[in-house]
Write a protein that binds this ligand. Sequence first.
Ligand SMILES: NC(=O)C1=CN([C@@H]2O[C@H](COP(=O)(O)OP(=O)(O)OC[C@H]3O[C@@H](n4cnc5c(N)ncnc54)[C@H](OP(=O)(O)O)[C@@H]3O)[C@@H](O)[C@H]2O)C=CC1
Ligand SMILES: O=C(O)C1=N[C@H](C(=O)O)C[C@H](O)C1
Length: 265
Amino acid sequence: MITVMVCGATGKMGREVVKAVHNDPELTFIGGIDPKQAGDDAGKDAGIEELGLPLYKDISSALADKKPDVVVDFTNPAIIFENAKTVLNAGVHLVIGTTGLTADQRDELAAIGKDHKANCLVAPNFSLGAVMMMKTAANLAPYFPNVEIIELHHNHKYDAPSGTAVLTAKLINEAKQAAGAKGAEDLTKESLPGARGAKVDEVTIHSVRLPGYVAHQEVLFGGYDETLTIRHDSLSRLSFMPGVVLACKKIGEKPGLTYGLEHYL
Ligand SMILES: NC(=O)C1=CN([C@@H]2O[C@H](COP(=O)(O)OP(=O)(O)OC[C@H]3O[C@@H](n4cnc5c(N)ncnc54)[C@H](OP(=O)(O)O)[C@@H]3O)[C@@H](O)[C@H]2O)C=CC1
Ligand SMILES: O=C(O)C1=N[C@H](C(=O)O)C[C@H](O)C1
């Protein structure tokens, strides 16, 4: 049995993760962390039955009380780096769904994890379809080197661009470079700053934020008198749960820091 704590346990993602972990026969949910709801019953706040497990006010007090096999973090970009250092320094495996970590921060976490024999997965997107969309985009990039990303999310999202778009851009850029592929030049000059979106790894990303959306992304390729568009839609946060559960089960056998769920599939 793999014991799991959930950081951000009463958030939109955290509540679903508590339920998914609690319902999986190979995983045991042993506690949640959420500062404003500290002291509440973790099961009740997740919308399931009372579990007799209180929510802790922060990750340090949780780990001082119990040492789980795995912590899953869905909090926010402002605090993920500090949370992650605390968990890995305690020698606990860490599944990070929270977006916003930089490459330098991932390197620092990898070093801490190595010192404390704690594995870490940083996965900007746990949905299988989104992982396939990213892999497909990378496969197409050498053939259609002109490409832009449009990501569309709910208006309560903390960050822009999305972590998924950032990883997609990285994978596309790596695939283009490996193939020596160069796109046609973009002759447009912005007459209003921001009109052409933001560049990440040489790929343009446009971020849409509207109520009604959950998490969606289009990758648009342009070629010689033709275009090719791939699109992924997460219709609810349940789409991320099989990936999170898989990560909790596999992280013990994946040493080091891994960036992207594709390496676990
Ligand atoms: N990898 C993936 O597949 C996915 C990643 N995400 C990412 O997950 C993150 C969370 O998203 P979402 O669930 O929508 O956000 P929410 O705002 O709904 O949830 C975040 C939760 O974290 C809590 N929190 C804040 N500070 C702390 C802390 N120090 N310790 C513990 N908990 C804390 C918040 O509490 P309070 O409200 O009281 O401040 C809140 O309950 C984002 O970065 C998002 O981009 C989202 C979906 C899928
Ligand atoms: O904040 C969200 O909602 C999501 N965040 C992740 C991201 O930034 O890519 C994953 C998914 O898109 C939902």
